[in-house]
Write a protein that binds this ligand. Structure first.
Ligand SMILES: *Cc1c(COP(=O)(O)O)cnc(C)c1O
Length: 379
């Protein structure tokens, strides 16, 4: 039997012909590769991809195809995933709390940079060879991110001074790193961190071999598209101001902004009434992050025939499919009044922290991934 490999040009092409009842993720490799090249060409330093945002094999493979050679990994499983895509990849192990078993596994993978934020964890790395890069992770009370997943880890400036001195005492290569929080609205959080990194390095009497400015670059969730190049320019400017004539080489760790735009998510309306709508996925699936972030507004509603719903918008409470009352979005979504049962909601910019957070709770969860064949992905 000859199996037919169908090429899908757009989400609407697929939705109108297959009419799936399960959530579907549409992946556009061309969009991903263009975004990766934008970071590689425009960011003024090394680009490492933060694997946690989306560790799917097709994502890693296309990043490698676009030229990404370095990855920010947090666990041995992420190291294995990257090594499968690119055996010679450069790995930065930037989860500063690690079991001794994880450290042993990481050493077998070969790690180019380790982050530390406390002495006790640094002591677990005592027998790393001299010449290993140690990135001291700094934490500041900085606002400007959509939500703060930057400050679970990090040393205070005083602690960071002590850790940097320890890198010198051990013959390690001193670097610094931070994460300004995710979906930052502008460059201000980076500027603040970079200024304090320079003070910390100076207080420790250490010249940094690298300054890693983390992730936090914004995806286009609502309104107008973020201006990445403007943020890059602010980072360069802040580094020159803070470090003067001898700035350290920069590195960044984009997760969200690297992958978000390359994936769209189609969900289906299971039921609706004037006040609420129940979808076939929710906070236990690909909308897991919508509990913690402001709602995105890049959502279009289509009838199964492909006709776009265009009625006046009406806010509805959004429930997911599971039998748990937690499974609802914290904010109502404005949807066209003429939306109907079996319609599809097509969400743009769903490549980050969507597929990665899907559980199988209650038998639901977005599982199907359709790779588009390079045609325009806007449906
Ligand atoms: C999560 C994470 C990132 C990626 O953050 P985004 O906001 O998705 O860009 C980068 N670096 C570290 C250390 C992280 O934990």
């Amino acid at each position: 039997m000859v199996s037919e490999v169908r090429q899908w040009a757009s989400p609407m092409d697929f939705l109108t012909q297959v009419r799936p009842d399960v959530p579907v993720l549409f992946f556009d490799p061309g969009v991903l590769q263009r975004t990766a090249k934008r970071f590689l060409q425009r960011f003024p330093g090394m680009v490492t991809y933060a694997v946690k945002a989306n560790p799917a094999p097709e994502i890693l493979d296309n990043l490698v195809a676009a030229g990404v050679r370095a990855f920010d990994v947090a666990s041995p499983a992420e190291m294995t995933a990257v090594r499968r895509a690119l055996p010679a990849a450069r790995l930065h192990y930037h989860n500063p709390v690690r079991s001794r078993t994880e450290i042993a596994m990481a050493r077998e993978h070969g790690i180019a940079s380790w982050s530390v934020d406390r002495q006790a964890e640094y002591d677990k790395l005592a027998d790393l060879s001299a010449g290993s890069e140690i990135a001291v992770r700094l934490k500041l009370p900085v606002s400007g991110a959509a939500y703060d997943f930057g400050t679970k880890f990090g040393a205070t400036p005083d602690e960071a001074v002590a850790l940097l001195r320890a890198t010198r005492a051990r013959g390690h290569v001193p670097a610094m790193t931070f994460h300004p929080g995710t979906q930052c609205a502008d460059g201000a959080p980076w500027a603040r961190y970079i200024a304090v990194c320079a003070e910390v390095a100076q207080a420790a009497g250490v010249r940094l071999a690298r300054l890693n400015v983390g992730g936090g670059f914004a995806a286009h969730r609502s309104g107008i598209a973020p201006d990445l190049e403007a943020v890059f320019a602010e980072i360069s400017g802040a580094t020159a101001t803070a470090f003067g004539a001898m700035p350290p080489p920069l590195c960044c760790e984009p997760g969200r902004a690297m992958v978000a735009e390359a994936v769209q998510l189609a969900l289906r309306i299971k039921a609706l009434d004037p006040e609420s709508v129940t979808l076939n996925d929710g906070v236990y699936g690909a909308l897991g992050e919508w509990r913690d972030l402001p709602a995105g507004d890049r959502i279009a509603v289509f009838a199964p025939t492909g006709q776009r719903r265009s009625g006046a918008l009406r806010e509805r409470v959004v429930f997911g499919p599971t039998c748990d009352s937690v499974d609802r979005l914290p904010h109502p979504l404005p949807l066209p009044r003429d939306s109907a049962e079996d319609d599809y909601l097509l969400f743009d910019a769903m490549g980050a922290y969507a597929q990665a957070l899907v559980t199988g709770f209650n038998g639901y969860g977005a599982r199907r991934v359709v790779t588009l064949n390079g045609a325009p992905s806007s449906g």
